[in-house]
Design a protein around this ligand. Sequence first.
Ligand code: ZN
Ligand code: FE
Length: 239
Amino acid sequence: MINVTLIPVHKDNYCYLLEAEDGSVGLVDPGEAGPVIATLKEKKLQPDVIFVTHHHWDHIDGIPGLLGRHSCPVAGPFSETTRILQMDILLDEDSAFEFGDEAVRVLETPGHTRGAICLYFPESGLLFTGDTLFSLGCGRLFEGTPEQMWNSLQKIIALPDETLIYCGHEYTQANAEFCLRVEPDNQALQKRSEAVKALRAKGQPTLPVPLKTEKETNVFLRAGSAERFAELRALKDRS
Ligand code: ZN
Ligand code: FE
């Protein structure tokens, strides 16, 4: 199993530190070097690989600072070589990549950006979604159509219910308000919203979240069709 540590970076991003049983160390989306270097130092760890989900600065800006101290390969979306300049390993859905004796499956999930990927660790049951899926939300459609994003979300919906979702941002509390406007009578959503409020009041993260909970509460996953998804995304953009 892989042990995951959340490292808050910037205002509301999470970088994730992965530790496999064989000692392999990975990072996902180091948007800022300082807090990540501090955590590595504290835990006396060296990264063996840096994963990135998409090209946005708040997910990759820590890479040069990390590579200045630690030498390790950077693995990210194959189609983003011109926008993520430090990549050594180009990932697509056919990639056979291993981390700590565990297979890593890549989901190509365009919508938020053209080249966005999610990283799935089937054995440990972990999914790193970047800005494709948030708890109770999804990424804005900066470079994709609603149809593309809806198709991308279907790939996530198809994963096992117990999969733990690790998103790129702590947006859950604000997202809950929007979901409650759409589905005010959804009891699972009401319950999750209360739990999220309590966690945030204590300054604690709302992640990871099981995919089952998201399927019961996230109105974007529950849209049912690309058309309805497009309506909800447009409504959220205006709110
Ligand atoms: Zn982004
Ligand atoms: Fe982001």
